[in-house]
Design a protein around this ligand. Structure first.
Ligand SMILES: C[S@@+](CC[C@H](N)C(=O)[O-])C[C@H]1O[C@@H](n2cnc3c(N)ncnc32)[C@H](O)[C@@H]1O
Length: 239
């Protein structure tokens, strides 16, 4: 059973194989990982991936981290993630949600949530849980689309007309998160894969699949890297 607190994610819930193509195509230059490493290296760290889906990022994190825990509410996706990391030392996948993390207090040194649950207003219960599980000196990263720019951002705005990027930005700023805009590429071997991925993300009438400008999206996907460092004080910092 999928817990009621899960945020429906039709892209990966309904199309995990196409979502895998998307993950394979996202950020071939490693812009996101380089930015995270600059802020808080993963070497030797205890890492938590919240909303890990099929666990795409877990083996990458496990290359340098001491221990990696993926948390995922969708049982079938959690099972796929477990299969992916079978045989990797120090990697586990737990069924759970951001609002009730199956992790003890003050143990996590790097938390990562990529397009998962932490979408701005409404994610306060997950932030309270982060405050509980993070260690001093730990850093939590939230990776989300930047709807204010790029072709991709325009499609996001069209498909979610009520979405207010300024309100979301205020939400994170008020909670002390730093914000780093990143621009990444999508790189597909096959245009049909790109089309399949766009179809699981956007209604067909909103994404200009036939326009020559379509190719621009491959080169400009705007992202926000939001991060928060647990420094001197441990508790009560996230309000
Ligand atoms: C768009 S997918 C991204 C998956 C993964 N982070 C990746 O980049 O491959 C969003 C994921 O968040 C999960 N999710 C939904 N609600 C959640 C919650 N309340 N707590 C944690 N994860 C959640 C979904 O089941 C889904 O696997």
């Amino acid at each position: 059973m999928i817990p009621a607190e899960a945020v429906p994610s039709p892209n990966i819930w309904r199309h995990p194989d196409v979502y895998e193509l998307e993950n394979l195509a996202v950020d071939p230059d490693g812009v996101i990982e380089a930015a995270m490493e600059r802020i808080r290296p993963m070497a030797g760290a205890r890492v938590l991936d919240i909303g890990c889906g099929t666990g795409f990022h877990l083996p990458r994190f496990a290359r340098s981290a001491a221990r990696v825990t993926g948390v995922e509410p969708h049982p079938a996706l959690a099972a796929r993630a477990r299969k992916r990391v079978a045989g990797l030392d120090g990697v586990e996948v737990l069924n759970g949600v951001a609002q009730r993390l199956p992790v003890p207090d003050s143990v996590v040194e790097v938390a990562h949530a990529r397009w998962a649950y932490f979408f701005g207003p409404g994610c306060e219960p997950g932030l309270a849980e982060l405050d509980r599980v993070m260690r001093r000196g730990g850093v939590a990263f939230v990776i989300d689309n930047d709807a204010t720019r790029s072709t991709f951002g325009r499609w996001v705005r069209r498909s979610l007309p009520a979405y207010d990027p300024a309100a979301v930005e205020r939400f994170w700023t008020r909670r002390g998160f730093a914000r780093e805009p990143l621009t990444i590429r999508w790189l597909f071997d096959d245009r049909r894969d790109l089309e399949a991925v766009v179809r699981i993300e956007f209604p067909p009438e909103l994404a200009e699949m036939n326009s020559p400008a379509m190719f621009a999206v491959i080169w400009a996907v705007a992202l926000l890297l939001l991060w928060y460092a647990w420094t001197m004080r441990k508790r009560g910092v996230l309000r």
